[in-house]
Design a binder for this molecule. Sequence first.
Ligand code: SF4
Length: 103
Amino acid sequence: MQVSLYLLLMQERYGQVIESGLLWYLGSLSPQQVRMVPPEIQALIMHRNILAGHMMPGVPLPEVIREPWACDKCFQKAACALSHKVIADAIYLQSYLCQQPGL
Ligand code: SF4
């Protein structure tokens, strides 16, 4: 999927159709060709649009995935955990304050 994103970016940058790219894992002897798969690109753009919608003012962040296979390798793990903790604490504090008489 990451190669598909790079292919999409290269298409936009160079203004030409790029149908495949190369993926070369560390430790492997040769690269493998990765073809652009239109349904995969469509799914990526749909997810991108959903995420962009969550970045609008007043719209909450998406739920944490809570899938170890995804979150363990995520480069945003620390920022994600921190922002969700801050939001959870703010919601707790807000509900606590709403229950206090006279506030
Ligand atoms: S740690 Fe990464 S993969 Fe997991 S919920 Fe946060 S942003 Fe998503």
